[in-house]
Design a binder for this molecule. Structure first.
Ligand code: SAM
Length: 211
């Protein structure tokens, strides 16, 4: 039995009890070992449903948030997904475990390098770079889905323009203290959106984010 197998099963049961229904997402989150993405001092807390510090004043997102956002994107195998805010790399790994090709950007170079080391060790289909993700990654556009894991003042148009027609975006939008999760589907030049409440994120800092 793999390390923390029981704890991971309990976390998946908890996510199910909180309303996550997409079995592919739950299976991917069962397969990705979250304890490999947290600092050594937090390994024993990796399967709590909580955000945890990862250095550079940033956090690995709460598992429920990862599950909710991933489910909202309605991902299928071989889709191309852009993530803004690599952080620990955990969310990107969950999306890659669903069989998607992931492109992820992180503004803290030390976090980007650390995540890249983990992706290589786990042999995951993820391209990672350091930089400002609010401008997107146009070389690989268009994407089937975009996920932003930090809170933005508005939805950056650059990210909408890099989505395919019918592609989906999940992005927290609000002020620096509280946000709503915007889930949008690209239609023409804009988005058709739904809103979900009850999430809290670190700020998205960059050209099309906060100063
Ligand atoms: N997805 C991450 C994970 O699984 O660990 C959670 C990341 S944390 C909640 C949000 C991340 O967004 C932080 O690491 C932060 O440095 C990053 N970030 C903020 N603004 C950014 C920007 N403009 N471009 C890229 N990354 C950014």
């Amino acid at each position: 039995m793999a390390r923390f197998d029981d704890e991971r099963k309990e976390l998946i049961d908890l996510l199910r009890s909180k309303g996550i229904t997409d079995e592919a997402v739950l299976t991917a989150m069962y397969k990705v070992e979250r304890h490999l993405f947290v600092e050594p001092m937090y390994v024993n807390r990796a399967y709590e449903d909580n955000a945890l510090p990862i250095g550079s004043q940033q956090t690995i997102s709460q598992p429920y948030t990862v599950a909710f956002m991933t489910q909202a994107l309605r991902l299928q195998k071989d889709m191309k997904v852009l993530e803004i805010g690599t952080g620990s790399g955990y969310q990107a790994a969950v999306i890659a475990m669903l069989g998607c090709r992931v492109f992820t950007i992180e503004r803290h170079i030390s976090l980007a390098n650390n995540a890249r080391r983990i992706f290589d060790a786990l042999n995951l289909r993820i391209a990672a770079k350091g930089g400002d993700g609010t401008v997107g990654w146009s070389e690989h556009a268009p994407y089937d889905a975009v996920i932003v894991t930090a809170g933005a003042p508005h939805v950056p148009d650059a990210l909408v323009q890099q989505l395919k027609e019918g592609g989906r975006i999940a992005i927290p939008v609000g002020d620096r203290e509280s946000q709503q999760l915007v889930i949008g589907t690209r239609k023409g030049n804009g988005l058709v959106t739904e809103i979900a409440d009850g999430f809290k994120f670190v700020p998205l800092i960059g050209k099309n984010g906060w100063n």
